[in-house]
Each structure stands twice: as structure tokens, then as C-alpha cells.
Write a protein that binds this ligand. Structure first.
Ligand SMILES: [Zn+2]
Length: 226
């Protein structure tokens, strides 16, 4: 008999970091106790969701995709608003890239916590990191700690939010993926902000990914596949 303390829900975007977290969760809890969840939030690059579904099927975990079609109605960010191009430069006022979708991780984690509550799952796993990241304020540990407390209060639950990559550089994340046997799956992930496969190699996401693999001295299986 498994209890909620033995089960984890991984927020799987189809990208490199969340896929590494999926392998981390399988290593810790076992594939039969891990569920992966994706959000169809109107992202321009639908390929992400196809990657997520494929990766979940490959490792044999339960997979769910929840529709949240509100972000594009809010407007103004480059990942959901087709009028806005992804810029590599930071906004001069906010200091954030325009790929920042305000509230996204908070909303995803809240939906994930609600799903976990209904399915008797005690652990949430998110691939956010505060090192080497794009400056997204919802990727900080203090944001997650605060949200975890709010979710616990608001749901009368003991849900825990895990962020195994929080303190890791991209290099260390690549090394963790290797150690967890996740490198083959990296070839199925999607990172490029411009939605290109093979990846554009120019956007901030592609550059950060390339830097991590290069520093780890490991070839990116995604590039070998393309
Ligand atoms: Zn790119």
C-alpha cells in the first residue's frame, strides 16, 4: 500500500531541466509512483507538449496534460503572445527577459498541488533553478518556500515542493542527467525559445543549454539527433 508520502508529481515541460527532474523523481520514488504533468497554456511552441508526452511514455510514467488557456489573453510575453518576438536583451525597467510569463510557475504549482491533493500525491517536483537562470523571480527558493506554505495552509495538506536543480549550474544539471541515465532522453527534449528543431542555437535558451553541455564536456544528444 503506497501512501502520499511515497508518490511524486513532476511538472514536465518537455525541456532539459524538467526531464532531468523526472529521472530524479523516478530514481527516488520509482516509475510506478511518479506522475508527470504538463500544462497546455497556449505556448506558441506546441512541440514542447509532444516532447513531454513522448518522454513520459518512454519512461513509463502516468502522464496528464492540463489545459490552461488564460495566459495568452493576458498578453505581452514572448512565449504566449504571437505579436511579441523573443528578445535576448533584458527589459530595461524590469531586468527580465520578455520570455517571462508573469505568474506562470505559481499557477502551475498551484494546479499541480490541487491535482496532487485529489490523487493523494505528497510531493511536487519542479525543474526550477536560481543559479544560471534567466532571472525569473518565480524560480527562487524563497518563492517556492512561500508558495509551499500557502498551499499547505490553503489545502490543509503537507505537500512538499522539491527543486533538485535549484542550486545547480547548467553544467551540474547536465552531469546529473548523465548520472541518472537521462542523456538519451535529452535528445527528445525541447529548449529553443524560437521553437525550432533542430534548435536555432541563437536564442537565450539555446545558448544557456549549449554552455551547460560544453562545460560538462558532454555532447548534446539533441544536436546529435538533428
Ligand atoms: Zn533557440
Amino acid at each position: 500500500m503506497t501512501s502520499r508520502a511515497d508518490k511524486a508529481l513532476v511538472l514536465l515541460s518537455g525541456g532539459q531541466d524538467s526531464t532531468t527532474c523526472l529521472y530524479w523523481a523516478i530514481d527516488k520514488y520509482g516509475a510506478d509512483r511518479v506522475t508527470a504533468i504538463s500544462f497546455d497554456y497556449g505556448q506558441r511552441h506546441r512541440v514542447e507538449l509532444e516532447c513531454a508526452a513522448k518522454i513520459a511514455a518512454t519512461v513509463g510514467v502516468t502522464y496528464v496534460c492540463l489545459p490552461i488557456d488564460t495566459f495568452s489573453a493576458l498578453g505581452g510575453d514572448a512565449l504566449t503572445d504571437s505579436e511579441v518576438q523573443v528578445q535576448n536583451e533584458l527589459d530595461s525597467v524590469t531586468g527580465l527577459p520578455n520570455s517571462f510569463v508573469p505568474g506562470r510557475n505559481l499557477i502551475f504549482l498551484t494546479y499541480a498541488a490541487a491535482y496532487a491533493y485529489q490523487h493523494d500525491i505528497g510531493h511536487l517536483v519542479a525543474g526550477v533553478a536560481q543559479t544560471d537562470y534567466s532571472g525569473y523571480p518565480d524560480c527562487r527558493r524563497e518563492t517556492l518556500d512561500s508558495l509551499q506554505e500557502t498551499l499547505r495552509l490553503g489545502m490543509e495538506s503537507d505537500v512538499q515542493i522539491h527543486a533538485p536543480l535549484m542550486q545547480k549550474s547548467k553544467k551540474e544539471t547536465v552531469e546529473l542527467a548523465r548520472d541518472l541515465g537521462a542523456l538519451d532522453a535529452m535528445g527528445e527534449t525541447h529548449t529553443c525559445y524560437n521553437g525550432e528543431r533542430p534548435p536555432c542555437g541563437q536564442c537565450a535558451a539555446c545558448l544557456l543549454r549549449a554552455k551547460g553541455f560544453e562545460e560538462a564536456g558532454i555532447g548534446d544528444p539533441l544536436l546529435a539527433n538533428s
